[in-house]
Ligand binder design. Structure first.
Ligand code: ZN
Length: 371
């Protein structure tokens, strides 16, 4: 086992989110300080008393009674956005299996044909027309989130059958849509890209598609909150918020620069396996890495239903300072689309996210895929 001099595992594969504080101690002092500037970490042990009657059941599900008697829980809070995640030892120990169930393939086949299989007949078009590519085509969203809200419909029905040519074209078409939508309403300047995949993600139609919108006055609240956090961090710390976020993830083995795109498995994931990409532009370089990351999540980490967003800076200069805000892509696993249990409960909606996947295991898989 590769260990640093004080016995703390130094390779990603040996690390665990449950021993985050120990891993931080191996970093150089300036990085430890940056970590403490950005994050608060609390570690606690949850204990319980097990009646004899439950022992067999616990053994079957958790391996041994001891596994549940004392449970290590790590809470990581971003001091600037107050995003917070709780990691539980019992859940984090579960292996991340790669498997797309046969039932899902059957269920998907049953959903075809749907309105997106023939978009020219069954979807409205935007007032500026459609953008047509080889693999995707735009439509106007029939029930809009915002004044300008379009759909990018994949030619392929199966939403998991995307590949690099499709993702690259989708990003190019999204950029084209933002430009044309902006010409319709010059006050609409804040672009947002989203890709919901399969039922758990909120997608109402399983056929592969992404969405684009352009808002006015101020960016969407969660994007604006992040921008304000970056501005405040610069003012109070004198350093770049996203630069420090990435530096820390990279030093821990959770982040890597892949063809100029900064990729990391988040220390405060919103939900399972959340992966973040930071880019200087919403462009072809980002699209290529985005495809590899999402394919890795699907092919190697058993993700079938996911949400992906790109937070994009305004199309034209605005009153706010966007200088510290890169293009941010976030992608998160939404769990088994055939399960009736929602992955979001009261905790996730109103308190903090409870997450089973260990970011170190996600990073290991990502680096296997991304080289
Ligand atoms: Zn279809």
């Amino acid at each position: 086992m590769a260990c640093s001099s004080d016995g703390v595992p130094s390779s990603v594969s040996q690390r665990s989110i449950l021993w985050l504080l120990e891993a931080i101690e191996t970093l150089e002092p300036a990085l430890q300080q940056a970590f403490r500037d950005l994050f608060d970490v609390d570690v606690t042990i949850g204990e319980l008393v097990l009646p004899d009657h439950m022992r067999k059941w616990v053994e079957r599900y958790f391996g041994s009674p001891e596994a549940v008697l004392r449970q290590r829980i790590v809470k990581v809070t971003n001091r600037w956005t107050l995003d917070a995640t709780l990691f539980n030892e019992l859940r984090a120990r579960r292996p991340l299996e790669a498997r797309i169930p046969v039932e899902l393939a059957d269920e998907l086949a049953r959903t075809a044909p749907d309105p997106f299989c023939e978009p020219e007949y069954n979807t409205p078009e935007d007032v500026f027309g459609r953008i047509r590519g080889r693999y995707v085509m735009t439509a106007s969203n029939i029930a809009k989130y915002d004044g300008l809200h379009g759909v990018i419909i994949f030619r392929e029905h199966d939403p998991l059958a995307f590949d690099e040519p499709l993702v690259r074209e989708m990003v190019e078409v999204a950029r084209g849509w933002f430009e044309r939508a902006h010409q319709v309403d010059c006050a609409a300047v804040y672009p947002f890209f989203m890709w919901n995949c399969l039922w758990k993600s909120g997608a109402s139609i399983p056929h592969g598609h992404a969405q684009v919108s352009l808002t006015r006055g101020m960016h969407y609240g969660k994007v604006e909150r992040e921008r304000r956090a970056a501005v405040r961090y610069r003012t109070e710390m004198g350093r770049g918020y996203f630069d420090d976020l990435f530096r820390i993830h990279q030093a821990l083995g959770l982040g890597k620069s892949v063809n100029g795109i900064r990729v990391y498995a988040s220390l405060t994931p919103l939900k399972e396996k959340e992966t973040v990409l930071l880019s200087t532009a919403f462009d072809d370089d980002l699209a290529r890495v985005m495809n590899r990351v999402v394919r890795c999540l699907v092919d190697d980490l058993n993700v079938t239903s996911f949400n992906l967003v790109a937070w994009l800076p305004p199309l034209v200069p605005t009153a706010e300072d966007w200088s510290d805000m890169p293009v941010v892509v976030r992608v998160v696993d939404r769990g088994d689309p055939l399960s009736r249990t929602s992955d979001f409960g009261a905790m996730e909606l109103y308190a903090a996210s409870v997450v089973a996947s260990d970011p170190f295991r996600v990073a290991e898989a990502l680096w296997r895929c991304l080289g």
